[in-house]
Design a binder for this molecule. Structure first.
Ligand code: M6R
Length: 374
């Protein structure tokens, strides 16, 4: 049942090309350059007139939510608020019939996420669920569902469901943008072509990075702490890299927005601290290149303090090797889709480190796959 893989987690990591393709294909048309979200009891007019999107989720799904904020705000120009679902109800949140709720959950049964959905609905908002389990509670209560077609995820550490969530929230963002007229047909077509090319790139990364991550795991598996940094939409990927590592290897890890280092965490850096920096860029996107330049200076700040930098960068980036100790390369992609590639080496690194430490990768201590208590 593990299809020849040693663990479910590894099998699921390697299934990501397929799950991304499945999540995309039935929802797009290249002829019309349109995204279609079916099964919605939300009209185009309601999508058009939404004044705000409230997203709530937990854990890894919350990281997809933060990435989703970048996607929705950039493409559809609607303000987005992201909450931990476990916090949402307790802060008297602002939701109303003009706001749309978006709940992201692999299982669709997470109690906190369901409670956040009920709170949004009680305040008159319609809700959309992004969920991996057909007929789950979240989907039953929502006015619309975008299923991630990742298939059953057995490993407690979420991998293929996460990248499928990134794709689903991207489709939601692009659909919203199309309905609201904030993207041109040419931009839409370009993004859809890139989305179609993504599964192939995912397979390339998995093939090319696995041995490299295994090698890095041999070097770094006995450290006590790890730091993960990123900027912009890559910052939630740094958070995800840190969560994956602590969850399955029990190494203390923190994710931080790279620019925040000088406001405190720089004090942690010494020659024993490995710092994983997500430093990918879309060379065709000026904003992405600017963000990248800033990330490069953050890397230099780490190496100047003797920290060990493992960078994730795009093929053809010649500057990065000058400043980082190790570089893992992934193919280039548009800024909003790069997170899907960024996170793959982070998953593999966490996996190989946990295996080397003899941890129960699929069933980490103290954790359950589905958290049905608040
Ligand atoms: O089923 P959900 O997506 O709602 O679950 C949310 C979190 O419990 C989950 O993502 C958790 O953080 C994972 N174990 C992370 O790998």
């Amino acid at each position: 049942e593990k299809g020849g893989y040693k663990h479910f987690m590894l099998k699921e990591i390697f299934e990501q090309g397929r799950s991304i393709r499945e999540t995309t294909l039935s929802r797009i048309s290249l002829d019309s350059a349109k995204v279609f979200l079916s099964e919605m009891q939300i009209t185009e007019e309601e999508f058009r007139s939404a004044t705000k999107i409230n997203i709530a989720a937990c854990g890894t799904s919350w990281h997809a939510a933060i990435a989703g904020k970048f996607m929705i705000e950039r493409l559809a120009r609607v303000p987005v608020e992201v909450d931990y679902a476990s916090e949402y109800r307790y802060r008297d949140p602002i939701a109303d019939p003009h706001a749309l709720g978006l709940l992201i959950s692999q299982s669709g049964e997470t109690a906190d996420t369901l409670a956040a959905q009920r709170e949004m609905m009680a305040k008159g908002s319609k809700t959309v669920a992004i969920c991996n389990v057909v007929g789950a509670a979240l989907a039953r209560e929502a006015q619309g569902t975008i299923y991630t077609h990742a298939g059953p995820e057995i490993g407690v550490a979420s991998t293929k469901a996460f990248t499928a969530q990134l794709v689903a929230v991207f489709l939601f963002a692009l659909h919203l943008a199309q309905v609201r007229g904030s993207v041109t047909e040419d931009e839409s077509r370009h993004l859809l072509e890139e989305l179609i090319a993504l599964p192939g790139k995912v397979r390339d990364v998995l093939r090319s990075c696995d041995a490299e991550c295994e090698r890095l795991a041999r070097v770094y598996s006995s450290v006590t702490d790890f730091l993960f940094l990123g900027r912009g939409i890559h910052y939630p990927m740094a958070l995800e890299g840190a969560l994956k590592l602590k969850e399955i290897s029990y190494i203390h890890a923190e994710g931080y927005p790279a620019g925040e280092m000088k406001h405190g965490p720089n004090a942690l850096i010494d020659e024993k601290l490995p710092v994983v920096v997500v430093a990918t860029k879309d060379p065709k996107d000026a904003g992405s290149c600017l963000r990248y330049e800033k990330t490069l200076s953050n890397i230099q700040e780490v190496t100047a303090r003797s920290g060990k930098v493992i960078a994730v960068a795009v093929h053809g980036d010649e500057d990065i090797a000058q400043v980082a100790d190790e570089v893992i390369y992934v193919p280039a992609a548009p800024e909003l889709l790069l997170p899907v590639l960024d996170v793959l080496p982070l998953q593999l690194l966490a996996y190989h480190i946990a295996v080397r430490r003899g941890c129960d990768v699929d069933q980490p201590r103290n954790l359950a796959k589905s958290v049905t208590v608040e």
